[in-house]
Design a protein. Structure first.
Length: 193
């Protein structure tokens, strides 16, 4: 479900041209057999840098998927779940400016998706996708399952969808988002083999 093809397609043409020129200079022009060790080391470092850059940007590519993309709801939901629940051991201190910017973007994206006058309205897809994507990520192991998951992590996820919880859930008397997330999280506990 990763939008790897879409990531390259969405880059501006000048950026893709620059990446292509750099790769052709370093990789395609001279084969490894005739390259000096400095060039080989440069190419290996470039591959490592591109891989780590892609891993770091994957969550943001999910969150900032354009609204016209067919999998917009699923990508946004997966990005927000990964952002709220994933544990990155390398980052000890959280960047609150980044979290606040993501919160503003996510709240506005959910608000505009649910409050738009023309159809299709995205309130039901947001509600249905939230449970399905959380269960899938827990089953795949993309999000670590912890015995004592902090309630504030699930509450952070509910704050992203606050407008959905306040309007859509109350209008149709559905299960509140926090209860639904807690139930889904507890039901998808991994089995020890």
């Amino acid at each position: 479900m990763e939008p790897t093809g879409a990531q390259w397609d969405w880059l501006p043409p000048e950026v893709t041209d620059q990446i292509g020129q750099e790769l052709s200079k370093r990789v395609l022009r001279s084969p490894f057999d005739y390259s000096n060790p400095t060039t080989i080391r440069y190419v290996c470092d470039l591959r490592w840098l591109c891989a780590s850059f892609a891993r770091g940007l994957r969550i943001y590519m999910y969150i900032f998927t354009h609204r016209t993309h067919p999998d917009y709801v699923e990508h946004l939901t997966e990005g927000l779940i990964r952002f709220a629940l994933a544990v990155d051991t390398r980052i000890k201190k959280r960047c609150y400016k980044t979290e606040f910017a993501i919160f503003n973007y996510a709240y506005c994206a959910v608000y505009y998706g649910c409050a738009q006058k023309e159809r299709p309205c995205l309130d039901q897809p947001f509600y249905d996708t939230l449970r399905a994507v959380l269960a899938r990520l827990l089953r795949e192991g993309a999000i670590p399952w912890r015995e004592n998951v902090a309630n504030h992590e699930l509450r952070l996820l509910v704050y992203y969808y606050k407008y959905l919880d306040r309007v859509y859930v109350k209008r149709f008397a559905l299960m509140p988002l926090l209860e639904m997330l807690q139930e889904t999280y507890a039901a998808n506990r991994p089995t020890e083999a």
